[in-house]
Each structure stands twice: as structure tokens, then as C-alpha cells.
Design a binder for this molecule. Structure first.
Ligand SMILES: *[C@@H]1O[C@H](CO)[C@@H](O)[C@H](O)[C@H]1NC(C)=O
Ligand SMILES: *[C@@H]1O[C@H](CO)[C@@H](O)[C@H](O)[C@H]1NC(C)=O
Ligand SMILES: *[C@@H]1O[C@H](CO)[C@@H](O)[C@H](O)[C@H]1NC(C)=O
Ligand SMILES: *[C@@H]1O[C@H](CO)[C@@H](O)[C@H](O)[C@H]1NC(C)=O
Ligand SMILES: *[C@@H]1O[C@H](CO)[C@@H](O)[C@H](O)[C@H]1NC(C)=O
Ligand SMILES: *[C@@H]1O[C@H](CO)[C@@H](O)[C@H](O)[C@H]1NC(C)=O
Ligand SMILES: *[C@@H]1O[C@H](CO)[C@@H](O)[C@H](O)[C@H]1NC(C)=O
Ligand SMILES: *[C@@H]1O[C@H](CO)[C@@H](O)[C@H](O)[C@H]1NC(C)=O
Ligand SMILES: *[C@@H]1O[C@H](CO)[C@@H](O)[C@H](O)[C@H]1NC(C)=O
Ligand SMILES: *[C@@H]1O[C@H](CO)[C@@H](O)[C@H](O)[C@H]1NC(C)=O
Length: 798
């Protein structure tokens, strides 16, 4: 008689098992579960490992062994199988034991009319209590245990102050909170990094986040095609991380084990077993700060610990013998010298960002400027390695927990004392001298060989050099269009006098494409002239032409790309000008002079630039100057040294008087522009638009006044005041003033300029410069047409 009755109850339980919800006043007892047919997850009572205690939990339905992802009552287990879960009409989910005692409750409550309250296990493994309007009044994802699964958010809500993080189980048999946590140390305005912690001490730091992943995962392989993507969300209310799987047949789970390891594993449905992907800490270097401040850990060599370049291990006699704490110290202390620079370390795990300052929209160069301008800044790095390469991290304290990764590391730039760099420069000089001597010897040999060869093969050699100069590749419009993303606004580098310039990627090489606007008036002939002209000109201080493109109305020049943009982007920018110290500026002046000498004299054809200005001096990756924009250059036969032109082309502030007024130009017009440029480089101020409280003169007039008063050094850029060579500065100003003299005859020629800059002998006294009054006055006398743009072109000079 008993048997049919039991069967009846069993059938009743089966009905509730197929449901995924708990209605108000419905009971779920031990032995029953919720999670319908195809659901991935199941909620019910379980006993972990060898334990006899019962817990209410959620687990993956079809995995073996049972994979629990959430436990409601880890600290208050049931001691027998008599518990029940129910939802009251306030929206409070409670767990009661056999005596009806509440041993766990969600403490949630719905306000207003609480009709249709229901607790539901979603297919993501999230147990939610929701009202009739489908609003969640509580969810288990807000109370994580040791598991991080897809759809969960870990982080911090700054409005409520609530933090969600993982806590390890005490043991495999006991889900009560263990010693370890995985926390995303998220402080408002700081850059988040994940850490495995043992109570309040960091054991392993996983991070910071680099735009793709938390960089601590050393054994992450980029080509392994990760099956999930993680996202970091940062706004003023909250910061959190979550991840989603790329495919609905795999899922990732991350847990903190009772032993303090972070384990990543993957499940491929319908396979019932988890595949381990990674474990952290994975090696010695993963232990937080093992090599001490400014130490760097590597698994590639033994011992693993070393000091960053520029730092030495504090010797053991300074420390007590029983203290094996490593401390790396600076070889040369920082003293805020403007010559301090940054040493680049590649493939690194970035140091602890706990006290780092983060700015999401700074470029790397702005980041360098920010660090350079604050003497207590010890290092900087790009925070986001994805395509945009934006995001700046600045460190102000000791750098802790740095390691080298075999792959996937980031670049870290560490501040070192000025003398560290001087040391390198000296070494470089020795090397350069050694190399030069050997180069000269080799060259002598070659010349001899060539001379002998030439004796027999003169005609041959000449025809081959001809071939070389004509050899400028022509690219199709479609190719250039593809290289520049269809000339997208994002690729635009700037707008020159003759049209926009775009950055592009052509055959794996960065290029700059000058797209000549139709309105520029440059005809096909001029264009081809420019192409041939530039192609023949090859010098280390000139930008190299890689090719050109003519198709329909489109005319384009393809140059090599200069990563540091133009001189004016440094010289006239308050925050970036300090990146150019005096020795660099002096080198730039020399470089421009040498480039000009080549154009004016050494090249086979005399070329006058006609638009020499700071914007047309590009800087390569070593900050060496490269003269660009030969769109205005003309070729001359040797005997022609002066020409008259119908069109005045040039830029206000740089243009010589005879050219502006009479349209006469010669190499001396370029010399005038060069003089202006030199004074601008020394002073960091633009000639055009120069203002001074005491007078109305422009920069040339101001320099002239100071020169007459014997106070030329006052002209120097304020940001260079602490470190410069007075004799070099005075010589540069003197040469600059000689170049901007009114009379063409008074100005030195190009070889003289190069010679004067390089020698130490006395120089002739310059006369008053031309155009030393602000140009507004010149305008009023109608000598120069006034034009909005910076570059004047196609203006009838007669
Ligand atoms: C739920 O269980 C409680 C005791 O825990 C019992 O009093 C109540 O009648 C049960 N409700 C239902 C609908 O079975
Ligand atoms: C229920 O819990 C109370 C308080 O923890 C305890 O005293 C009682 O023995 C428990 N009853 C059962 C049947 O477990
Ligand atoms: C939920 O129920 C428990 C046990 O009855 C009670 O202690 C708690 O105050 C309730 N919380 C809310 C918000 O009603
Ligand atoms: C719910 O509230 C009770 C009493 O206020 C408290 O003891 C218990 O820890 C709370 N439960 C949760 C899950 O916060
Ligand atoms: C932050 O919270 C406020 C108030 O709740 C809200 O108005 C604002 O939209 C939130 N901002 C973001 C970015 O979520
Ligand atoms: C996965 O997604 C595909 C297409 O989006 C669907 O056809 C398939 O049924 C899904 N599989 C599962 C297990 O949800
Ligand atoms: C070991 O030396 C370091 C640096 O001098 C010091 O910070 C640390 O407290 C010392 N540790 C012990 C255990 O003495
Ligand atoms: C960068 O962000 C700050 C605040 O986050 C904002 O004030 C500034 O305008 C932003 N700069 C740019 C160039 O977007
Ligand atoms: C340098 O940066 C730190 C940290 O942001 C700041 O407290 C300090 O005022 C800055 N110093 C200067 C001179 O800007
Ligand atoms: C990283 O940069 C990418 C592309 O610029 C952007 O989509 C992403 O939101 C950035 N991530 C962070 C965390 O700043």
C-alpha cells in the first residue's frame, strides 16, 4: 500500500524538476532541482567531495565531475537532507532547515505591487528574482563564489561602493571562504589590474589590462585564437570586466583554487570534460615583486632576478646577512636635469599600477611629454596596445613587479639620469669615429677600384646613373587608395599648401601620400618635374620620394613616412618643445644646412627650395631633420643662378624681400628663409606673429636688438635655459642674422653657412635684417598681398 504513494510523490517532484522557476510559496526540497530540459545549468542541493553537509548551489548540468559555480549558503550548511528553498511574497528567497529555521536568505525585497514574483535560473547560470515587469530585484551573479563564468561582472560600483570578486573555497570539501581572493583592484581614476591575494597581500598580479587582456597571462599565445573576448568597462559610476565566448559551443571558466591558483579552463559542448588552458602563477616570476623595486624577472636565464638597465643591486654588505630582500638602486640619482631621458624596455609586464596615473586619451608622445615635464615621474607606457595605441600610464614611485615576457609584453619607458645618456653618447662618438675611420679606408679602396674601372667603362657608368634617376615607381590610384583607407579622415596627417597629406601602409611600409589638390594649379609638367627632381635628390637630410601616382585628375607623391612629424609641431608647442634639447636643435640646424648645401650645390642640378620653413622640416625617428616639400623647387642649369618668376610662392615670415617684392629668387632667398628658421629654432618662437611687450619688431628685429645690446643669449628658448652651449647658441644666432640681411649680396652663400656653423673662427658683423617690423605694417604698404592661409601660392608678384 505504501509503494503507489511514494511513486506519486516522485512524479510530483519530476514535474517541478522540468521547470526553471520557483514561484512564490513554492518549495524546492533536497533532491529536487530546477533547470529545464536543454538548460546548461541546474540549481539544487549538493554535497562537495567527501563532505556530508548539504549546500544549495548552481552547477553545470552535464559535466563530470560536477562543476559548482555558485553556492548560496557556504557558511551555513544543512546537516541532513531536510532543507527547502522558498520565495516569499516580498521577494525574499530563503533556505530553511528541517526544523523550519532560516539558515540563508537573499534579503531582497520588491517594492510596490509584487505580483508575479518569481525566482528563475537563467541559461547563463544566473539565479534571479524578478517581478512581473521582468526587473531583477536580486541576482546570484552579484554574489560570486570561486568561479567567474561568462556573463558575470567583476569589479566595483563607485556609487554603491560594492565590489565583486572571487573567493576561494577553504578546501575541495568545504565551500566556505578560503584564504585567497581574485580581486580587480579598482580605484576610481586608477588603472585596474587583477591580483590573486592572500588576505590583504598580493600574491600574483595579473595585469594591467592592455586593451586585449590582463597582461599577466604569460602563457597566452596570440595565435591560439582565443575562444572568448574580455572587456573592461570604465566610467564614472563603475569599472568592471566581463567576457563572452565567441562561439555558443564553448565556454570559459576561471576559478581561484583553495591553494591560491587561478585556473582557466574551457568546456566544449557536448563534451562533459573541462580542458585546462592556463594556470597562474605559472612560474617563479609570477610571484609578486620577487625581484624587488626596479628589479626585472626573467625565466630565460638564471638567476631569474636582475636589475633594470641603469640600476644596480644594492650590495650585500649594506644589508644584514639574514635579509635576502633584493633592492635595485639607481646608478645615477635623478636631479631634475632637463637632459634626463627615458630608456625603453620591450616585451615587459608593466609595473604595479596601484599608484600610477592613468589618462585614457593621450598618445605615446604626449605621455612622454607629461612624464618628462614632471620630475617625479619615474616611467611611462602605453596602456592600450590595440590599434589606436592611446592611453597613458605614468608612474611616480618605485617600479615593482616588472618581468620580461618571451612574447606579448609591452614597452616600458623608464626615466634615467642625464649622465646615463651622455655616457651612451660618448660611447657612440667613439664608435662613430672608429666606424668613420674604417669607412674612409674602405671608401678609398672603392674609389681606387672605381677609378680603375671607370678608365675602361666611362660610358657604361654614365648610362647606369641615368637609369637610376628615372627609376621612380608609378603606383595605381587603387593601390594608394587602399593603402590610405580610401583617404580616410583618420589617415590624414595634415594639410599642406598644395593639398592634404595622408598616412598609409604600402607593401608593409609606412608612407606619406601628398595628394595634390586640383586647385593647386600645379600642372602635369610641374608635377613630373617635381617627381624627377626629387627622385634625383638623395641625401640623409632630405625626405625620400618612394613613388608617385597620376590617374585622371589625381596627382600624388608618395614619400617615406616620418614618425615625428614636423619641426614646428615640437618647436612651437609649449608642452613638446622641451623634448628638443639644445644639442638636438644644433644638430637640426646643421642638418638643414647640409641638406640645403646639397640642394644648392652638391646635387647635379641646382635646386632652390623656395618654401623652407619649420613645417617643411620633418623629423625622422632619431629626430634628424629631413627637408620636405619640393613642390616648388625648380631645376636650373649650372649657369642660371637667378630667375624671375611670375608667381611668388612661399610662406609669410620666411620669404625674402627681393622675392616678395620683385619676384626675384636665388639661392639667397633660401638662405634668408634658413636664417629665419635658425632664429626660430634657437628661440622656440615663430617669426610670424611674434609679440614683445617692449617693441613692435618681429623675431628678426628682436634678435637684432638683443645682438646690438650684446644680450643675444636672452633670445634662447626658456625651456633650454639650464643647459646649452653658449658658444654654439651665439654662433647660431650670428649666422641666422647674417642670413636675414636685407641685401642679397650681404648674405652668405650656402657653403659659407655650413662652414661658419662648423667652425669657431670670428664672423663678420651682420647688418640690419630685412622685414624686422611686424608684417601688418608691411601689409599696409601693400608690398605683400595678405592671404589667410600660411602658404602663398599663385600670387602675381608683378
Ligand atoms: C513548503 O514547506 C513548508 C515547510 O518547510 C510547508 O509548511 C509548506 O506547506 C510547503 N508548501 C508547499 C506548497 O508545499
Ligand atoms: C536547524 O537550524 C537550527 C539553528 O541552526 C538548529 O538548532 C537545528 O538543529 C537545525 N535543524 C535541523 C533539522 O537541522
Ligand atoms: C528575508 O528573510 C529573512 C528570514 O526570514 C529575514 O531575516 C530578512 O530580514 C528578510 N529580508 C527582507 C529584506 O525581507
Ligand atoms: C540577510 O540578513 C540577515 C539578518 O539581517 C543576515 O544575518 C544575513 O547575513 C543576510 N544574508 C545575506 C545573504 O546577506
Ligand atoms: C552614472 O549614474 C548616474 C546616476 O545614477 C546616471 O545618471 C549616469 O547616466 C550614469 N553614467 C554612466 C556612464 O553610466
Ligand atoms: C549555436 O548557434 C547556432 C547559430 O547561431 C544555432 O544554430 C545553434 O543551435 C546554437 N547551438 C546551441 C547549442 O545553442
Ligand atoms: C630587508 O631590507 C629591506 C631593505 O633594506 C627592508 O625594507 C626590509 O624591511 C628588510 N627586511 C627584514 C626582514 O629585515
Ligand atoms: C582627454 O580626456 C580628458 C578627461 O578625461 C578631457 O578633459 C580631454 O578633453 C580629453 N582630450 C582629448 C584630446 O580628447
Ligand atoms: C607631478 O605629478 C604628481 C602626481 O600626479 C603630482 O602630485 C605633482 O603635483 C606633479 N608635479 C608637478 C610639478 O606637476
Ligand atoms: C583600447 O583601444 C581600443 C581601440 O582604440 C578601444 O576600442 C578600447 O576601448 C580601448 N580599451 C581601453 C580599456 O581603453
Amino acid at each position: 500500500m505504501l509503494l503507489p504513494y511514494i511513486t506519486f510523490i516522485f512524479l510530483m517532484l519530476r514535474t517541478s524538476r522540468s521547470s526553471d522557476t520557483i514561484a512564490v510559496h513554492q518549495n524546492i526540497s533536497d533532491g529536487e532541482t530546477i533547470g529545464s530540459g536543454n538548460a546548461r545549468f541546474e540549481l539544487g542541493f549538493f554535497s562537495p567531495g567527501n563532505s556530508k553537509s548539504r549546500y544549495l548551489g548552481i552547477w553545470f548540468k552535464s559535466t563530470s565531475p560536477q562543476t559548482v559555480v555558485w553556492v548560496a549558503n557556504p557558511e551555513t550548511p544543512l546537516i541532513d537532507t531536510s532543507g527547502a528553498v522558498k520565495l516569499d511574497n516580498q521577494g525574499n528567497l530563503t533556505l530553511v532547515n528541517g526544523s523550519g529555521k532560516v539558515i540563508w536568505s537573499s534579503n531582497s525585497s520588491a517594492s510596490g505591487t509584487n505580483i508575479n514574483l518569481v525566482a528563475q535560473l537563467l541559461d547563463t547560470g544566473n539565479l534571479v528574482i524578478k517581478n512581473g515587469n521582468e526587473i531583477f530585484i536580486w541576482q546570484s551573479f552579484d554574489y560570486p563564489g570561486d568561479s567567474f563564468i561568462e556573463g558575470m561582472k567583476l569589479g566595483k560600483n563607485f556609487l554603491t561602493g560594492r565590489e565583486t570578486y572571487l573567493t576561494s573555497w577553504r578546501s575541495a570539501d568545504d565551500p566556505s571562504p578560503g584564504e585567497y581572493t581574485l580581486r580587480f583592484l579598482m580605484v576610481k581614476g586608477k588603472y585596474p589590474q587583477a591580483c590573486i591575494m592572500r588576505s590583504s597581500a598580493i600574491e600574483t598580479r595579473i595585469g594591467p589590462y592592455n586593451g586585449i587582456l590582463f597582461s599577466g597571462r604569460a602563457n597566452y599565445a596570440p595565435d591560439a585564437k582565443p575562444t572568448s573576448v574580455s572587456y573592461l568597462i570604465m566610467n564614472q559610476n563603475e569599472t568592471y570586466i566581463y567576457y563572452i565566448s565567441k562561439s555558443n559551443t564553448t565556454t570559459l571558466r576561471t576559478i581561484v583554487t583553495p591553494g591560491g591558483k587561478l585556473e582557466f579552463s574551457e568546456l566544449k559542448f557536448p563534451n562533459p570534460e573541462w580542458t585546462p588552458i592556463a594556470t597562474l602563477p605559472a612560474d617563479y616570476c609570477d610571484h609578486y615583486g620577487v625581484c624587488g623595486p626596479y628589479g626585472s624577472c626573467t625565466t630565460a636565464s638564471s638567476p631569474s632576478c636582475g636589475c633594470l638597465k641603469g640600476f644596480d643591486l644594492k650590495t650585500s654588505d649594506e644589508m644584514s646577512p639574514d635579509n635576502d630582500t633584493r633592492v635595485c638602486e639607481r646608478r645615477k640619482a635623478l636631479d631634475c636635469d632637463p637632459g634626463e631621458g627615458f630608456q625603453k624596455f620591450s616585451s615587459m609586464k608593466l609595473p604595479d599600477t596601484e599608484n600610477a596615473v592613468f589618462s585614457s586619451n593621450m598618445s605615446l608622445i604626449d605621455c612622454e611629454v607629461a612624464c618628462k615635464n614632471n620630475c617625479s615621474c619615474t616611467a611611462y607606457a602605453n596602456s592600450n596596445i590595440t590599434s589606436g595605441a592611446v592611453g597613458c600610464l605614468l608612474w611616480f614611485e618605485d617600479l615593482i613587479d616588472v618581468r620580461v615576457y618571451p612574447q606579448n609584453g609591452q614597452d616600458l619607458y623608464v626615466r634615467l639620469a642625464a649622465s646615463e645618456f651622455r655616457f651612451h653618447r660618448k660611447k657612440q662618438v667613439v664608435m662613430v669615429v672608429t666606424l668613420s675611420i674604417s669607412a674612409v679606408l674602405i671608401l678609398l679602396g672603392l674609389i681606387l677600384a672605381l677609378y680603375i674601372r671607370r678608365k675602361w667603362k666611362i660610358s657604361d657608368a654614365e648610362s647606369s646613373s641615368q637609369m637610376e634617376s628615372e627609376d621612380v615607381p608609378l603606383f595605381s590610384l587603387s593601390k594608394i587608395s587602399k593603402a590610405t583607407n580610401d583617404f580616410s579622415a583618420d589617415n590624414k596627417l595634415g594639410e599642406g599648401g598644395f593639398g592634404p597629406v595622408y598616412k598609409g601602409l604600402l607593401e608593409g611600409q609606412d608612407i606619406a601620400v601628398k595628394r595634390l589638390s586640383k586647385s593647386s594649379g600645379q600642372g602635369l609638367v610641374e608635377f613630373k618635374n617635381e617627381v624627377i627632381c626629387i627622385a634625383k635628390l638623395q641625401h640623409r637630410n632630405l625626405v625620400k620620394l618612394l613613388g608617385y601616382c597620376i590617374q585622371g585628375h589625381e596627382k600624388m607623391l608618395i614619400y617615406e613616412y616620418m614618425p615625428n612629424k614636423s619641426l614646428d609641431s615640437f618647436l612651437f608647442d609649449e608642452s613638446r618643445k622641451s623634448l628638443l634639447d639644445w644639442s638636438q636643435r644644433f644638430e637640426i640646424i646643421h642638418g638643414i644646412a647640409r641638406g640645403l648645401l646639397y640642394l644648392h650645390q652638391d646635387s647635379r642640378l641646382k635646386v632652390i627650395h623656395r618654401d623652407l620653413k619649420a613645417g617643411n622640416i620633418l623629423l625622422d625617428h632619431q629626430m634628424r631633420p629631413r627637408i620636405s616639400d619640393f613642390g616648388l623647387a625648380r631645376m636650373f642649369k649650372e649657369e642660371e643662378s637667378e630667375a624671375n618668376t611670375k608667381r611668388v610662392v612661399g610662406t609669410l615670415g620666411y620669404i625674402s624681400p627681393e622675392y616678395a617684392v620683385n619676384g626675384l629668387y636665388s639661392v639667397k632667398s633660401d638662405i634668408f628663409s634658413f636664417g629665419v628658421l635658425v632664429l626660430e629654432i634657437v628661440s622656440g618662437k615663430k617669426n610670424r606673429g611674434f609679440v614683445h611687450e617692449d617693441h613692435d619688431d618681429n623675431l628678426l628685429g628682436h634678435a637684432w636688438r638683443l645682438y646690438k645690446e650684446g644680450k643675444s643669449l636672452d633670445l634662447i628658448d626658456e625651456c633650454l635655459r639650464t643647459s646649452y652651449s653658449a658658444s654654439e647658441v651665439l654662433r647660431s644666432i650670428h649666422v641666422g642674422l647674417m642670413c636675414v640681411q636685407q641685401r642679397v649680396k650681404d648674405r652668405p652663400n650656402t657653403p659659407n653657412v655650413v662652414g661658419m656653423l662648423g667652425s669657431e673662427g670670428s664672423l663678420p658683423t651682420p647688418k640690419k635684417p630685412a622685414f624686422f617690423i611686424q608684417e601688418s605694417e608691411i601689409n599696409s604698404t601693400s608690398i605683400l598681398p595678405s592671404v589667410n592661409g600660411v602658404t602663398l601660392s599663385q600670387i602675381d608678384g608683378r
